[in-house]
Design a protein around this ligand. Structure first.
Ligand code: RIB
Ligand code: CA
Length: 325
C-alpha cells in the first residue's frame, strides 16, 4: 500500500489525539510533519501534547510550535472541553524533546517546497499557522497535493457561538485567508464541518471498546485516550448532550486517508468577519447568489457506524502489532 504523506496541523485536544493515533496506526500513511496550533489549549500545552503523543506513537516527524496567538482575535481556549492540559484526565510523561527549531508556518512551507505536489495538508485546529505559512509562500495551495480540514458549520448551529464552530471561531481571519488562498487550487479543499462530524457520537459502548483496546494492546497511548475520553464525556454531559461525545477530528483524518465513510459536495463558502452576532460563521452559498464557483468540497452523507468500526479496527491492528505505532 503506497503511503500517503500528511502534514498534520492540530491543537490536541482529545479528538486530535485520537486522530493522530489513528494516522500513526494506519498502515498507509506517513506523518511527514506536525504543527502545534494554539486552540483547545494554549500553544505551549498543545506543543507539549504533540511531542508526548508523537513519542508514545513512535513518530519521528518534525514537530513545530506555532504562533502564540490568532492573527487578530484575542485568544480563547476550551479548558472546559479538553481539560486544562488539553487531554482530559490523561496523565502524561514530560516530553523528552522540544521539537523542531522552526516555527509552524516555516515547517509548512519547507516541507511543502521539499515535496511539491506530494503532501496532503490536514488541519484539525485553527488556521492561524497555515495562514501565516501562506504569507511566506503564496504558492502553498499548488505545492500541496490537497488540503482537508475540520471546521465550520453549514446551515447548522455552532458549538462555540450560536453560528460558529470552534476552529473557525478561534481565528476567523486566518480561516477566511486560507479559503481565499485555496480558491482555485488544483483540488478543492475538503471541509469536515459540524453537521458532518457531529454524526460521529461516541457512547459508553465506544468508551468500553477503547478500554478493551488498552487491555488488548497494552499500548500506553490507548490508556491515554481512555482517560482523555472520560473527561470529554463529562463535558458533553455537563453541556446537556448526555453521556456521550461528539468526536470530530478522526472522521476528517480518516476521510483524508481513505476517501471513505462520507461523500463530498462542492459548495461556495466564506467566513463572516464583521457580524456582531455571527462573526466566525462559515456561510455556504447553496443557491449561487454570489456568482462565485464552489471553493470547497464539504463532507456529507456520513456513515458514522462504519467509520467507528474502521477507527477501532485500525487502532487495534496498528497499536497491537509488535512495536506498533
Ligand atoms: O469544533 C470541534 C473542533 O474544535 C475539533 O477540532 C476540536 O478538537 C476543537 O479543535
Ligand atoms: Ca482539534
Amino acid at each position: 500500500m503506497a503511503s500517503l504523506p500528511l502534514l498534520v496541523d492540530c491543537d490536541p485536544g482529545i479528538d486530535d489525539a485520537i486522530a493522530l493515533s489513528y494516522l500513526a496506526a494506519h498502515p498507509g500513511t506517513e506523518i511527514a510533519g506536525i504543527i502545534s496550533t494554539g486552540g483547545n489549549v494554549e500553544v505551549a500545552a498543545v506543543h507539549r501534547n504533540n511531542l508526548v503523543l508523537a513519542e508514545q506513537l513512535g513518530l519521528e516527524a518534525p514537530i513545530a510550535r506555532g504562533a502564540e496567538r490568532p492573527l487578530v482575535q484575542e485568544p480563547i481556549f476550551a479548558d472546559d472541553t479538553h481539560g486544562p492540559g488539553g487531554l482530559g484526565h490523561a496523565v502524561l510523561p514530560a516530553p523528552a524533546g522540544t521539537g523542531d527549531p522552526r516555527n509552524g508556518a516555516q515547517l509548512w512551507v519547507d516541507l511543502a517546497r521539499a515535496r511539491p505536489g506530494e503532501l496532503v495538508g490536514l488541519v484539525l485546529g485553527p488556521h492561524t499557522n497555515l495562514a501565516l505559512a501562506l504569507e511566506i509562500e503564496p504558492e502553498l495551495p499548488r505545492l500541496l497535493r490537497r488540503l482537508h480540514f475540520m471546521g465550520g458549520a453549514i446551515n447548522h448551529r455552532g458549538n462555540t457561538g450560536p453560528t460558529s464552530e470552534w476552529n473557525i471561531a478561534v481565528d476567523p481571519e486566518a480561516a477566511q485567508r486560507v479559503l481565499a488562498a485555496f480558491t482555485g487550487a488544483p483540488q478543492r479543499p475538503v471541509m469536515g464541518s459540524l453537521e458532518a462530524t457531529e454524526t460521529v457520537r461516541f457512547t459508553q459502548d465506544t468508551l468500553d471498546r477503547f478500554t478493551e483496546l488498552a487491555e488488548a494492546t497494552g499500548h500506553p497511548i490507548a490508556q491515554i485516550l481512555v482517560d482523555a475520553l472520560r473527561f470529554y464525556f463529562e463535558f458533553h454531559e455537563a453541556d446537556g448532550f448526555g453521556w456521550m461525545a461528539h468526536v470530530h477530528d478522526p472522521l476528517v483524518a480518516a476521510h483524508a486517508v481513505t476517501e471513505d465513510f462520507a461523500s463530498i459536495r462542492p459548495l461556495t463558502v466564506d467566513v463572516e468577519l464583521a457580524g456582531t452576532l455571527t462573526r466566525g460563521q462559515t456561510v455556504g452559498d447553496e443557491l449561487g447568489r454570489w456568482g462565485r464557483a464552489p471553493n470547497l468540497d464539504v463532507l456529507t452523507d456520513v456513515r458514522p457506524e462504519e467509520f467507528i468500526e474502521h477507527l477501532l479496527e485500525t487502532l487495534h491492528a496498528g497499536l497491537g502489532r509488535p512495536g506498533g505505532a
